[in-house]
Design a protein around this ligand. Structure first.
Ligand code: SF4
Length: 66
């Protein structure tokens, strides 16, 4: 399974459940461009081991041939 920054972004852009994490300590919340922060890594459903607790990540990868 692909797990890189580009793919995280591409999946999140296609995901209907993306929600910016409250615990996100990245610059995303302060960013003037919210587009920049659209990434699974900044999503509240993201976990490092499983990627997506909703199991949407792999589904989106397959459906969009990413
Ligand atoms: S972590 Fe899951 S819910 Fe969040 S944007 Fe990625 S695929 Fe969607």
């Amino acid at each position: 399974m692909k797990k890189d920054a580009k793919t995280f972004k591409e999946v999140a852009e296609r995901c209907t459940r993306f929600a910016l994490s409250d615990e996100c300590h990245c610059d995303a919340k302060n960013s003037t461009s919210t587009q920049e922060s659209v990434s699974c890594k900044n999503c509240k459903h993201y976990t490092p081991d499983k990627v997506c607790t909703l199991d949407l990540y792999e589904e989106i990868l397959e459906n969009h041939h990413l």
